[in-house]
Design a protein around this ligand. Structure first.
Ligand SMILES: [Zn+2]
Length: 421
C-alpha cells in the first residue's frame, strides 16, 4: 500500500501512516481490541538492506523487518528530530553507526519505549519533513520493508508540521492511550482518581446467570464516579465502554493522569468454595520485587516513574528508584485499603471473613500511585450477585467506598510533608 501526502490538510500535519498487517483491519489498528492482540507481534530488523542515507538532498530511511508492524512517523522540535513509533520492533543487533550514513542527520537512537512500543529517533542537522512513507509486505516470506523519505523545509514550516500527533489508539505523548481529554493537573487541585472497571472487550471477566463482570463493573464504575465527583474529586475511567485495555495500559494511564489513586473494580467468580462478600486487595510485597526485576529487564522503566527519566541510568539505579517509589507508595496503598474496609464495615456492607488481601496483581503495579483492587463481591455467590445487580445496593457500596477514600485522603494529607519528593 502506498499513500502520498498532498501537502494539504491534517494528514500531512500529522504525518501518519498506519500499516495494515495480516489479520488486522485498519479500523482494528485504532480500535483497542486489535491493539491488545498486536502486543504479541514483534518484528526484528534484518541485517543488511537497512539504512538511513542522503539521496539527492533528501534523507531516505529503509528498514527491512521480519514482519509488518503498525507504525507512525512524526517530527519534534528542540532538538529537531524524526520519531518513528512501532508496535513493536526488536532492535537487538542493529548498530546505529552502521545504520546512519548521512549529513542531514546527526544521530539515531532505537529502543523499547514502553511495553509493546518501540521507538527510533533520528536527530536532524536541518529541518526536514516527511514526504513519503511506504511499508511493503513480501507475500511469501511475510517480511516487510519500510521506506520513508524526508525533504528540506523552511524552519517555520518544520515548526508548523511538528508535534505529537493525536492518533486514536496511540494516545497522548504518543503512547499512553487516554480515552479522555485531561487538563493539566493543578498542584492544589481536586483529588484525581482513576477508576478501573475490570476486564472489557475480548475479556468479559466472570459470567454467572447472565451477569457479565465487565458490564457490571462499568456500570458500577460510572455510579462510583458520580458519587466521587459529587464529593469534589476529579474522576476518570480506564475504559468508557466495552473495550479491552491491557493491564499495563491501565497502569500507564494512572501515570499519564498523575492520578492520586487508582481503584480497580472487579466481581470475579470462584470455581470452588463459597466465597462471598467484598474483599480489598493490595499488591503483595514479594510479588512486587519480582515485578521490579521483570520490569527492569524489559526496559520499560519510562512507564514507572513519571517525571524521572531513567533511560540513561543502569538497571541498578532504576531498581533503587523503583524501590524508593514503591516503599513510599505501598504503605499508602495499604492504608487506603484499610480505610475502605473500615468504611464498608461501618456501613454494614457484606464483607468477606478475610476482607484485606494481598497478591501480585499486575494492575496494582504502579509504583508511584496508591493502588487498590476491590472485589465488590463474587458472581459465583448467588447472594453477592443479587446484591450487585441491585442499583440500591450499588449506591450504598459506592457511598461507602467514597467515605473510605475521603477518610484516607485526610490521613494521607497529614503525612504528605514527611514524604520524599
Ligand atoms: Zn475480575
Amino acid at each position: 500500500m502506498r499513500k502520498r501526502p498532498d501537502g494539504a490538510g491534517a494528514l500531512r500535519r500529522i504525518a501518519l501512516w498506519l500499516v495494515v498487517t495480516a489479520g488486522m483491519t485498519l479500523a482494528g489498528v485504532s480500535g483497542s481490541t486489535a491493539m491488545a492482540q498486536d502486543f504479541t507481534a514483534r518484528a526484528t530488523v534484518l541485517p543488511g538492506d537497512s539504512g538511513i542515507r542522503d539521496r539527492r538532498g533528501r534523507l531516505e530511511l529503509s528498514l527491512h523487518l521480519s514482519q509488518g508492524v503498525p507504525y507512525r512517523i512524526f517530527t519534534l522540535e528542540d532538538p529537531r528530530r524524526i520519531v518513528l513509533d512501532f508496535r513493536e520492533v526488536d532492535w537487538r543487533g542493529v548498530d546505529p553507526a552502521v545504520l546512519l550514513k548521512s549529513d542531514l542527520a546527526t544521530a539515531v537512537r532505537m529502543g523499547q519505549f514502553r511495553p509493546g512500543w518501540s521507538r527510533m529517533v533520528i536527530d536532524l542537522a536541518e529541518p526536514l519533513a516527511l514526504e513519503e512513507a511506504d511499508l511493503r509486505l513480501t507475500e511469501d516470506s511475510g517480511r516487510a520493508r519500510l521506506t520513508a523519505r524526508f525533504g528540506p523545509v523552511a524552519a517555520e514550516e518544520f515548526t508548523r508540521l511538528s508535534g505529537y500527533p493525536a492518533t486514536p489508539g496511540w494516545g497522548r505523548e504518543g503512547l499512553v492511550a487516554l480515552p479522555m481529554q485531561v487538563p493539566p493537573k493543578a498542584p492544589d487541585g481536586p483529588m484525581r482518581i482513576l477508576l478501573d472497571p475490570g476486564h472489557g472487550g475480548i475479556d468479559p471477566g466472570a459470567e454467572r446467570a447472565g451477569v457479565v463482570e465487565a458490564d457490571l463493573m462499568l456500570t458500577f464504575a460510572r455510579e462510583l464516579q458520580e458519587a466521587l465527583v459529587r464529593s469534589g474529586a476529579e474522576v476518570y475511567l480506564t475504559r468508557e465502554d466495552d473495550s479491552f485495555v491491557s493491564l499495563e495500559g491501565r497502569v500507564a494511564m494512572a501515570h499519564a493522569l498523575e492520578a492520586d489513586l487508582f481503584l480497580s473494580l472487579h466481581a470475579d467468580a470462584l470455581a470452588s468454595g463459597r466465597a462471598l462478600g467484598t474483599t480489598v486487595h493490595t499488591l503483595a510485597r514479594s510479588a512486587s520485587d519480582e515485578a521490579s526485576r521483570l520490569l527492569a529487564e524489559r526496559h520499560d522503566r519510562a512507564d514507572l516513574l513519571a517525571g524521572i527519566d531513567l533511560s540513561d541510568s543502569d538497571d541498578q539505579v532504576a531498581g533503587v528508584l523503583m524501590d524508593l517509589a514503591r516503599t513510599q507508595t505501598q504503605p499508602r496503598s495499604e492504608q487506603l485499603a484499610d480505610a475502605i474496609v473500615l468504611a464498608l464495615r461501618s456501613e454494614g456492607m457484606p464483607l468477606n471473613t478475610r476482607p484485606r488481601r494481598a497478591a501480585g496483581y499486575s494492575v496494582l503495579k504502579a509504583p508511584d500511585v496508591p493502588s487498590v483492587l476491590i472485589e465488590t463481591g463474587f458472581l459465583s455467590s448467588p447472594r453477592d450477585r443479587e446484591n450487585l445487580v441491585d442499583p440500591v445496593f450499588r449506591a450504598r457500596l459506592a457511598n461507602a467506598i467514597r467515605d473510605g477514600i475521603q477518610a484516607w485522603k485526610i490521613a494521607d494529607d497529614t503525612l504528605a510533608p514527611l514524604r520524599l519528593k
